[in-house]
Design a protein around this ligand. Structure first.
Ligand SMILES: [Cu+2]
Length: 72
């Protein structure tokens, strides 16, 4: 398991948290999602072999959010 911190653009309200949380938890290999609205970040605990970082970023893009990974 790996922890990746994603900086997410355009997160502004509680429904964003639900959208982002749902988009990431729907991916096989994602174990934990911690959305920090105030910081504009999402900490994801994931299996990099089944859920690599680019898959997380693509899922967020499909949900309407651009994001960039940072080392957690
Ligand atoms: Cu929102």
């Amino acid at each position: 398991m790996k922890e990746t911190l994603l900086h997410v653009d355009g997160m502004s309200c509680p429904s964003c948290i639900r959208h982002i949380d749902g988009a990431l938890r729907g991916i096989a290999g994602v174990e934990k999602v911690d959305v920090k609205l105030r910081e504009g970040t999402v900490l994801v605990k994931h299996d990099p072999s089944s859920a690599p970082t680019n898959v997380l970023v693509e899922a967020l893009r499909d949900a309407g959010y651009e994001s960039r990974p940072r080392a957690a």
